[in-house]
Design a protein around this ligand. Sequence first.
Ligand SMILES: CC(C)(COP(=O)(O)OP(=O)(O)OC[C@H]1O[C@@H](n2cnc3c(N)ncnc32)[C@H](O)[C@@H]1OP(=O)(O)O)[C@@H](O)C(=O)NCCC(=O)NCCS
Length: 197
Amino acid sequence: MSQTRLSNTPMAHIESLPINVSVVSQMIKQEVTLTGPSEELRSALLAMAEEYQAAGDDRYKSAIKDFSAFMHDLELYAQGLDLPPGWVQATTFWLVCDNHIIGRSTLRHHLTPELEREGGHIGYDIRPSERRKGYGTLILKLTLEKAMSLGLSRVLVTCDADNLASARIIEKNGGKLQGQVISDRSGKVVSQYWIEL
Ligand SMILES: CC(C)(COP(=O)(O)OP(=O)(O)OC[C@H]1O[C@@H](n2cnc3c(N)ncnc32)[C@H](O)[C@@H]1OP(=O)(O)O)[C@@H](O)C(=O)NCCC(=O)NCCS
């Protein structure tokens, strides 16, 4: 009797599907990967740069100005060539899903006394429209795997003490607060975390 009633409702059709819609949407969800910069992602990178600019943040303005020069510089940094004073060899990664760039991380291959105070081994950012979805936590996790592949056994990550999101990301990835200093650049308190790999 109850079966007859069910078959007369719209829900009966949905319940008779072999798998439900949310499972299907999860199955077709694209994989998120951490990958090296690529010319093929030019329009994706520029879309991210423009989103930042619209949000009042011009951190990718050099890419908008001259994408080829921007990519060339990334390549030079990755190889440790022609570095500006105080810079060290550093590899950049993009967090990508289905040709859409979600964020960027940079892995410095070693520290200088200045980076030991502020800057550390790893920096990252997630584009404004993709924040608060767990990607910040993911990009650090995946970049730590790259650090391990590079042969590092412990990694320093620093953030402004008032950057609560970044502090949380570092702690969720095993960061232990070792100290705090006043930034020479901003005058703000900077927290220094070490992560054992
Ligand atoms: C910091 C940043 C990377 C965070 O990225 P995100 O993708 O939003 O981070 P997640 O979604 O993984 O969130 C990590 C944690 O921070 C919390 N969080 C995120 N944004 C927050 C905010 N504005 N204020 C307080 N907490 C916040 C989240 O709730 C989460 O904590 P939970 O797991 O306990 O819930 C991003 O805001 C960013 O790119 N900022 C500008 C660049 C920057 O500050 N980089 C770090 C330099 S050290």
